[in-house]
Design a protein around this ligand. Structure first.
Ligand code: NDP
Ligand code: MG
Length: 401
């Protein structure tokens, strides 16, 4: 078998680093065409040293010469350097690449995801924000480009594994499939009293009980917005209405999601909470490779618990459903507002319990979210969501004074 070539978008992040770990375990299968980061040139050079890509890209064009220097410093003079948003799209669509790992965080991931979809790549999607803000547009690009979209997000990867073989994402579910159930750990504040939410610090929010992840998704997990984004993501990946998807809290993060069939059967995927399992699955699918993950010992775990999500302490889950009901543009607004609110929380300028308020206010203020979406409309809604959230931040600061 000819080795396959990868572009890893967001190679310096949590998903990117774990992808590098998985491919290092089967060097005969995969080689790397391109690695990208935002500004972390040292991290990118270290990754490049490991896998020797043909191209290294920084998204911020002001960092091009710093990247050249960082590569020189580790003795990599033969690698092409590129910079800027357009360069991200180019390495995602390049003829030299077969598989694109979408590991950029946030709305910045949308353009390269679109480029990979249009170019018909095997697209391993971790960047859920792109599907949340532009699901119809991305799925249309996947169809037009003949791309294969394999979910990396652990819950969606689990659902994909529990669906009948031959099922392709974006198509209607096969007859007999009745419900999809997303599991979620409940985050670090599952048992914390609402009265103390205002004093939660960024470090507390980023200390996830079961997963080790980047800071943005860690905060999303703490507010449960992550589960809301995942609900929207599931609707696009598996072409279902939100009513066919439910959420159950499962603190141990061993059961990653479940598919219920009409005969009463429920299929679940189980594994330790380690993203290398879904990454290895999506890379090798339909084959299986070593992911470096320990073998599950159920007796040692002894118990698996499940409970309903608490809407009152975690309103973000409901907000995501509300975004879908508001109209096709609702999720783009909510995604953008969430990014602004999470940034402000991480910067120490917004209390944890105000994140949901900012998002709800932004959805209300952002204006018309009805009507069909195209790429330009999505970008306009993203901008409107950010602007409305900034206005809410100012209002919230005024209120808490
Ligand atoms: P990290 O913050 O760890 O990494 C983000 C990556 O994206 C870095 O390589 C970063 O570069 C790059 N990046 C950030 N901003 C930009 C930008 N504006 N333009 C281009 N590149 C940028 O995030 P994670 O790996 O945790 O998450 C990545 C995505 O995967 C998210 O959408 C998340 O929701 C999803 N996901 C993550 C999981 C996890 O376990 N981590 C699980 C399931 C989904 P730099 O280092 O230079 O800043
Ligand atoms: Mg997930």
């Amino acid at each position: 078998m000819r080795g396959q070539h990868l572009t890893i978008l967001g190679a310096t992040g949590s998903i990117g680093g774990q992808t590098l770990d998985v491919i290092a375990r089967s060097p005969e299968r995969w080689s790397v065409h391109a690695l990208t980061s935002h500004r972390d040139v040292e991290g990118l050079a270290a990754a490049a040293r490991q896998v020797r890509p043909e191209v290294a890209v920084v998204a911020d064009s002001g960092y091009a010469s710093a990247l050249r220097d960082a590569l020189d410093a580790v003795g990599l003079t033969g690698i092409s350097v590129a910079a800027g948003e357009q360069a991200l799209a180019e390495v995602a669509a390049a003829d030299e690449t077969d598989i694109v790992v979408a590991g950029i965080v946030g709305a910045a991931g949308l353009r390269p995801v679109m480029a990979a979809a249009e170019a018909g790549k095997r697209l391993l999607l971790a960047n859920k924000e792109s599907l949340v803000m532009a699901g119809a547009v991305v799925m249309d690009a996947v169809r037009r480009g003949g791309a294969t979209l394999v979910p990396l997000d652990s819950e969606h990867n689990a659902l994909f594994q529990c669906l009948p073989s031959g099922y392709v994402t974006g198509e209607s579910l096969p007859p007999g499939v009745e419900r999809l159930t997303l599991t979620g750990s409940g985050g670090p504040f599952r048992q914390r009293s609402l009265a103390t939410f205002a004093s939660i610090t960024p470090d507390e929010a980023c200390r996830h009980p079961t997963w080790s992840m980047g800071r943005k998704i860690s905060v999303d997990s703490a507010t449960l917005m992550n589960k809301g984004l995942e609900l929207i993501e599931a609707c696009w990946l598996f072409r279902v209405a939100p009513a066919a998807v439910d959420v159950v809290i499962h603190p141990q993060s061993i059961v990653h999601s479940l598919v219920a069939y009409g005969d009463g059967s429920v299929l679940a995927q189980l594994a330790y909470p380690d993203m290398r399992t879904p990454i290895a699955h999506a890379l090798a699918w339909p084959e299986r490779v070593d992911a470096g993950v320990g073998r599950l010992d159920l007796a040692a775990l002894a118990r698996l618990d499940f409970e309903y999500p608490d809407d009152e302490r975690f309103p973000c889950l409901r907000l995501a459903a509300q975004a879908l009901e508001a109209g096709p543009g609702g999720p783009a607004v909510v995604n953008a507002a969430n990014e602004v609110a999470v940034d402000a929380f991480l910067a120490g300028s917004l209390p944890f319990d105000a994140i949901a308020r900012v998002i709800e206010g932004a959805l209300f203020r952002a204006g018309n979210v009805a009507g069909a979406l195209d790429f330009e409309r999505v970008m306009a809604l993203d901008a409107a969501g950010r602007q409305a959230a900034e206005a809410m931040l100012v209002a919230d600061r005024g209120m808490s004074r």
